[in-house]
Design a protein around this ligand. Structure first.
Ligand SMILES: N[C@@H](CCC(=O)N[C@@H](CS)C(=O)NCC(=O)O)C(=O)O
Length: 212
């Protein structure tokens, strides 16, 4: 397999973590090709033929080209028989997929404004109103996960699944911003269950593959 994408991208990190969870090894089972931002590649005609969005990640597995990070995760789990990560039953699958959809459509869509504003936008051009709204609103969403985790070890099922993987990466980013820019952001209530759960996910070997 070939994975296109820069390692600083949260959506590429998801795929790297999943490959790690599956026991697949870089340069043995898959090859990484830097693409996006400073690496370019994504604007070439050859890349656009693979992924017309010009975004990363894109995974190539033989003849199959897959883009959209969560679709790549589902593809990997299904093709590698990893139903521990994504159950085969419609009911079990829905428990995991709702958090995956929530991650892309709600949580990351909300936090992305603060993340891009604080880490990619030069200070004079930052819209602090939008940044603080994004950060506070993403904290409100994370409190939903915190509440869920008050009585359980994992988000969706009684074991680690793709739901934990994708939400952990956004949560890791949220705490990263909170620590680094706390003087600029409004203080948020503690989320002890979420913090405990995140610490546990950070210990997984796949997390080091993604963020190492
Ligand atoms: N919904 C897409 C979003 C992909 C996306 O926005 N990727 C960003 C990086 S996180 C990107 O390619 N940015 C442009 C670049 O890196 O050049 C997915 O989940 O794969």
């Amino acid at each position: 397999m070939q994975l296109y994408g820069r390692r600083s991208s949260i959506n590429v990190q998801k795929v790297l973590w999943c490959l790690g969870e599956l026991g697949l090894v870089q340069d043995v089972d898959y090859r990484c090709i830097d693409a996006g931002l400073q690496f370019g590649v994504v604007d070439t005609a050859a890349y656009r033929a693979l992924n017309p969005n010009g975004l990363v990640p894109t995974l190539i597995d033989g003849e199959q080209v897959i883009w959209e990070s969560n679709t790549i995760l589902r593809y990997l789990a299904k093709t590698r028989g990893a139903d521990h990560l994504l159950p085969l039953t419609a009911a079990g699958c829905s428990e995991v997929e709702r958090w995956m959809d929530w991650q892309l459509g709600s949580l990351w869509a909300t936090l992305r404004v603060a993340f891009l504003g604080l880490t990619r936008t030069p200070e004079p051009q930052r819209d602090y109103g939008a940044i603080r709204t994004s950060f506070g609103e993403s904290a409100r969403l994370l409190r939903i996960a915190d509440e869920q985790l008050q009585t359980r070890e994992y988000l969706a099922l009684d074991r680690f699944t793709l739901a934990d993987l994708v939400i952990a990466l956004v949560t890791h980013r949220w705490y990263g911003l909170n620590d680094r820019f706390h003087a600029l952001l409004s203080a948020q209530p503690e989320m002890p269950s979420l913090a405990r759960w995140l610490d546990a996910q950070r210990m997984r070997p796949g997390f080091a593959v993604a963020l190492g």
